[in-house]
Design a protein around this ligand. Structure first.
Ligand SMILES: NC(=O)C1=CN([C@@H]2O[C@H](COP(=O)(O)OP(=O)(O)OC[C@H]3O[C@@H](n4cnc5c(N)ncnc54)[C@H](O)[C@@H]3O)[C@@H](O)[C@H]2O)C=CC1
Ligand SMILES: O=C(O)[C@@H]1CCC=N1
Length: 293
């Protein structure tokens, strides 16, 4: 596994279409436009039906909305890179609709949880170069964590382009495709676990008497500080935890309570279930692809 955070300007000359312009697509659009890695005039966004949403994205980032069927089909046929940003349940239909417009050397970048490179190629009936990724929404502020796998048909410069896209908005780890379910469990869905914990901490702070503002500010700064401590000191989280935990003190009392209530097991089970769910979702699309052959 390799990680990096350098950026490259080679995406600047490329045209990119976001096929499905929801929250994950917006996180990436914002990241690549605001870092200047992609030229907004080269980025087209399209949706199944919500034109207002596309106009909003145009206003926010200067990207190009494809509003009519002609504009959508032209963007899909002409763009160097097609980013699949629809929900898994919509992906088989969307890929079958894309198939007649594609040229052999267009790069497909999938953001879709569970959907395998094999199923994408099966639905497109071609060895199209496919970059399967698992990003996260922190990409919108340049702090994304993305797992990436390539089909054998992705050329060297296609790999470099995809890496430059995701490295511009955070870090990117190249992994074997079968590990992308695990990346989903770690970093794709991961922000939600942290938000969930923050919600619980804020709630408890309020129940113990803090105002909403004070509880929120203290929790946000605590999470931010803890992540930065791990990142900047290079110390193991377990070691940093030990430094907070005085013998027989307050932290020990809290951690013992979390352990007694099964916190580590709950995280482990949640992450296993997350990876399993990604697998199930991928299988459902594969079954649909098989049925629609
Ligand atoms: N939201 C997240 O944190 C993450 C999401 N993902 C993946 O990103 C994908 C998108 O997720 P979200 O952005 O959260 O969903 P979303 O619901 O916000 O956006 C999906 C968009 O796709 C559009 N769409 C659906 N079918 C279409 C079609 N046939 N043609 C054109 N557009 C179509 C919808 O109109 C919608 O705007 C999913 O496959 C998800 O697995 C991956 C990592 C993280
Ligand atoms: O919940 C989901 O299915 C998507 C994939 C990873 C994060 N959100």
């Amino acid at each position: 596994m390799t990680t990096a955070s350098a950026s490259s300007s080679s995406l600047l000359n490329k045209t990119i279409v976001f096929y499905g312009a929801g929250s994950m697509a917006e996180a990436i659009v914002r990241g690549i436009v605001e870092t200047g890695v992609a030229a907004p005039g080269n980025v087209t966004v399209l949706n199944r039906s919500n034109g207002d949403r596309l106009l909003e994205l145009q206003k926010r980032y200067g990207v190009v909305p494809a509003l009519t069927e002609e504009q959508k089909n032209a963007a899909l046929a002409e763009s160097d890179i097609v980013v699949l940003g629809m929900k898994p349940k919509d992906s088989a239909t969307a890929l079958l609709a894309l198939k007649p417009h594609l040229r052999p050397n267009q790069l497909i970048v999938s953001l879709i949880a569970g959907l395998t490179i094999g199923t994408i190629q099966q639905l497109l009936a071609s060895e199209q170069p496919v970059i399967r990724t698992m990003p996260n929404t922190s990409s919108s502020i340049g702090l994304g964590a993305t797992g990436i796998s390539f089909s054998a048909s992705v050329p060297e410069d296609g790999r470099a382009l995809a890496l430059s896209m995701f490295q511009a908005i955070g870090i990117a780890a190249v992994v074997e495709e079968n590990l992308l379910q695990t990346v989903t469990a770690v970093s794709g869905s991961g922000p939600a676990y942290i938000y969930y914990m923050m919600e619980a901490m804020i709630r408890s702070g309020i129940e113990q008497g803090l105002s909403l503002d004070a509880a929120s500010e203290l929790v946000v700064q605590t999470v931010r500080g803890a992540a930065e401590m791990v990142r900047t000191t290079g110390e193991d989280p377990a070691e940093l935890r030990r430094k907070v935990t005085s013998p027989n003190g307050t932290t020990q009392a809290a951690i013992e309570t979390l352990e007694r209530l099964g916190f580590p097991e709950a995280i482990d089970k949640a992450m296993l279930r997350c990876a399993e769910r990604a697998e199930e979702m991928g299988q459902a699309i594969a079954d649909e692809a098989f049925a629609r052959k």
